[in-house]
Design a protein around this ligand. Sequence first.
Ligand code: NAP
Ligand code: F7E
Length: 349
Amino acid sequence: MKKIALISGITGQDGAYLAEFLLKKNYIVHGIKRRSSSVNNYRIDDIYEKFYENSKNPSFYLHYGDVTDSLNISELVNKIGPDEIYNLAAQSHVKVSFETPEYTANADGLGVLRFLESIRRYKKKKIKFYQASTSEMFGGSKPPQSETTVFAPKSPYGAAKLYGHWITKIYRESYNIFACSGILFNHESPLRGETFVTKKVVRAAVKYSLDKKEILQIGNLNATRDWGHAKDYVKNMWMMLQKKNADDYVIATNTSYSVKKFIELTYKYLGFNIKWTGKGLNEKGIDLKSGKIIVKVNSKYFRPNEVDNLRGNSNKAKNSLKWKPKINFKHLVKEMIKYELELQTKKNR
Ligand code: NAP
Ligand code: F7E
């Protein structure tokens, strides 16, 4: 019998990588997608074609749904009867969470509860549950952050995710549900959303390499992040659900870089060296060769409250799950550049 997985957030970065990973493992995969006025399936188009449209025995199905809709979530859980649920759906942008705090709390906090309650009421079999928790829950706590670090979120996103994290643990302990959270540090890929800093930098740098005009408008250059590759992180999601006992794990690379360093490296790989001038809001990055301004700080991209430094300690996952990231930071940046170069060159043809 093939295992059945239900993934919320199927159209997002991790949803697409996880679906591909599970389909290769011979799972039947059901994905929950929101209705939108324009189609946003581009990350899963290939697998939909291969495992649904062109398949004699389809193993990939899509369902409309929304994690803010309790009846819809419980209906889907009952109808599909999955062996494993991966809850990846979220309003995942930290800055946007300051502008839509109530919606973020509903989707990222209560959304988790809706799945857990559906699982608790489902009597036909035991369903395993994975929750995508976040390093943003550590907020102001100093690095390196591990499973024992104090939670101190600094955004509505971090607070909503912390509710989701705790309620997952509470349902595990109270109802003997196999429910666990991966405390995921930042992870990126060519499929990363366009408004996250890595994708934004790579897109602007590639554009500059082609038109010699593009200026990257950026916020806080000094924050540091522990950036891994999404492919490594989705594999870990599955590994956590295959363990005998449910538990929570920090998933990180254990190294961090500043936003400024990420920018320098990206432009360097494209053949441009940056000289920095000015301070704070007046800081600028100059292309050493041409003397042109290529990076400008813009207050629009600052957050009301910033998480300054994140670097995870994922020793527990290393020792207990035998998991460690395979793709390093430099490879990640190069892969993102390659993808973007191909895309933008094709567009310009
Ligand atoms: P993402 O690219 O922003 O994808 C989020 C997904 O959730 C999208 O499919 C989105 O649908 C869906 N979604 C949003 N609100 C929804 C709602 N109300 N109902 C149903 N679906 C909804 O995020 P990601 O990078 O793949 O991250 C996956 C999960 O890991 C998220 O929960 C995120 O918070 C968490 N996480 C990510 C990172 C990271 O660095 N990537 C780190 C820590 C934790 P649309 O396509 O329609 O918008
Ligand atoms: O920002 C700074 C910004 O938006 C990273 C999400 O996946 O990871 C992600 O959240 C840093 C921050 O990611 C810009 O201030 C500067 O310090 O790429 P980001 P994030 O906020 O760390 C966590 C773990 C999640 O759980 C989230 O879902 O970069 N920064 N200038 C900027 N950030 C953005 N987005 N845009 C800028 O122009």
